[in-house]
Design a protein around this ligand. Sequence first.
Ligand SMILES: [Zn+2]
Length: 422
Amino acid sequence: MISSRRITPTSTYLPRAMLIAVSAFCVSCDLLGGAFDHEPKDLENEISAVAHSLVDQAFEGIQGDALRDYHVHMLGMNTAENGTWVNEEWQSPWSGFLHFFQFEIYKSAAGVTDEQQADAQYLARLKNLIQFMPERGKFGIMAFDFFHDEQGQPNRELSTFHVPNKYVLTLARKYPEIFFPIISIHPYRQDATTALRHYAQQGVRFVKWLPNAMGIDPASNTMQDKLLPYYRIMKEYDMVLISHTGVEVAAEAEEHQRFGNPLLLKKPLDIGVKVVMTHVASLGECEKEERPICSPGTPYIDLAIRMLEDPKYAGLVFADISALTQYNRHHNLDKILEKPSIHSRLINGSDYPLPAINIVIRTRSLVSSGHINPEERDALNEIYDYNPLLFDFVLKRTLRHSKTGTRFPSSVFVQHPDLTTN
Ligand SMILES: [Zn+2]
């Protein structure tokens, strides 16, 4: 294993330049992906006393099944049986090395060794990680819709992967003690409102969008006929829109990066829909062509923080802290930690499997930035080797503002009273 690294998986995706560099010598993608040496079940008996006490401290105030993770991806390649799908381009080295290596790294991180059984192996690994958390809580498992054009037609070529709503709902019903469902319905779909109402009536509360990758402009003027009825149904059933904010690095999103501007989510908010901005919009900034709504050069995260502080959106707008520990985002941690006024609007998300990707989480750089100390780093690296999902949680509980020492309060890691999961 590469013990010098330790990048925490942050919700997102591997930076392109890094992947190019990496793919050039990707002798073993396992080192960059999973790089786990141990089984989750052995953690309890094998980790050091220091690591044990870090885990215990992390669970202070978060006992029983109180823990909540509002951001867990599902994956599979079993189109025939449950509709899970991954773009063929990502599966073959001949159609694009970059995607191929990225995919190899994801598979390794998620414990998938046999593509024929990717869905089953992915699920088994996730359940195994959860089962051996000292306290389990509940994990929101996400469906993921296709890219759709403005005519409402799905486009597989522009989609990275697909996870059907039915699949996550079936799993959430089968394992209600650990999972709750997060569906994904593209609003331009011809059956969008019918499907949305169908799931709302079955008690589903959470809806995931990745606007940059799915081709959704949450504030589009030309698509108002589709968006407004959709938002009204969400409001009617008190549903929650969990929408990616900021530039997207993990899935294909080149042409639609500006759809990650958090200001576009004012559209559903103004109608009264609850919105979770994932990653607190921690990558990217306002570009020239966005001048009508923001001044160029303003980091998206600043726009997101202003929305969280806006009394107009109290009780409506929230943000998840997934991926903030990733090496390309953690410079933003202080900005969020030093604003206690927004802490009651934050919720926990792991963006699993990203925390299990060895190269995106670098505990060494979190020591350099003053967010953890070297002793904590050693203990966290130890935990990672047994259970990357637990590692993600303990890291977020341990890290603190580089100057003031402020930590995320325990309220971030439990069920939010406005975003109840059952
Ligand atoms: Zn995600």
